[in-house]
Write a protein that binds this ligand. Structure first.
Ligand code: DC
Length: 231
């Protein structure tokens, strides 16, 4: 149990697909005994909801209506300190990891009504407890006052290669060229969209992990946290 005087820690991590946000955030959360909120999972849940209802992710009106009518209620809970993502009360943590859901998430995340809905949920979660939150707009929009902001990046080839190895290690059939193409397409969609595109906040620390080991990347983040919170 944390003492009542423990500081309310807010760490914002943004970066492109496969930049290591999730694994690094998980490791930081463990070290600091705080929760890791994966906001990408929440956009994935909306993408999954659309596909299940037979709505094309590109159909802004139908996707927005779906959110407004409460047909895609997204929430998170924690089991053994790990995030469980809920869609209308159902645990969809595994279903949202399918490759096609990533692209659907990137598409529905372009729509302002989807963003407004999820940003509100994310802020409410961060208000209640200390968190490290990862996504695309955490340092710029969701938690602009977060005392620690990290912008993680790595070259497209390094990221595609990491993703390729990750899938192979899980026994999933993977093709490097397809992964790289998908990643470049999502980079393009995420950085060029009109509403809250992926960009580095002015006060964020840029961490390029192309040539860094996981351990060194983790240490670089912990050093920033330590400088601010003395942890
Ligand atoms: O982190 P991820 O790859 O699971 O995220 C899936 C998509 O969701 C991503 O391509 C863009 C979108 N997203 C977003 O727009 N804003 C966030 N804070 C998190 C994700």
């Amino acid at each position: 149990m944390k003492s009542p005087s423990a500081p309310h820690i807010l760490i914002a991590i943004d970066g492109p697909v496969s930049s290591g946000k999730t694994s690094l955030s998980n490791a930081v959360a463990k070290r600091l005994n705080i929760l890791h909120i994966d906001t990408g999972a929440m956009y994935r849940a909306v993408g999954l909801a659309a596909i299940r209802l037979g709505i094309l992710p590109e159909d802004e009106k139908k996707v927005s209506d779906m959110c407004e009518k409460g047909l895609a209620l997204v929430d998170v809970k924690f089991k053994d300190d790990m995030q469980v993502t809920l869609l209308n009360g159902e645990d969809v943590s595994t279903a949202i990891r399918a490759e096609n859901i990533g692209l659907a998430a990137s598409t529905v995340s372009m729509f302002p009504k989807v963003r407004r809905y999820l940003v509100e949920r994310q802020r409410a979660i961060a208000q209640k407890q200390s968190v490290i939150m990862d996504g695309r707009d955490i340092g710029t929009v969701v938690l602009p006052n977060a005392p620690v902001k990290i912008f993680l990046t790595a070259s497209a080839e390094v990221r595609a290669n990491r993703r390729f190895k990750q899938l192979k290690s899980k026994g999933v059939k993977a093709d490097y060229k397809t992964i790289l193409e998908d990643l470049l397409k999502r980079d393009e969609q995420d950085t060029k969209r009109v509403h809250d595109p992926l960009r580095q906040a002015e006060d964020a620390f840029l961490l390029d992990t192309s040539n860094l080991s996981f351990k060194s990347s983790l240490q670089a983040i912990l050093d920033r946290v330590n400088a601010v919170y003395g942890k």
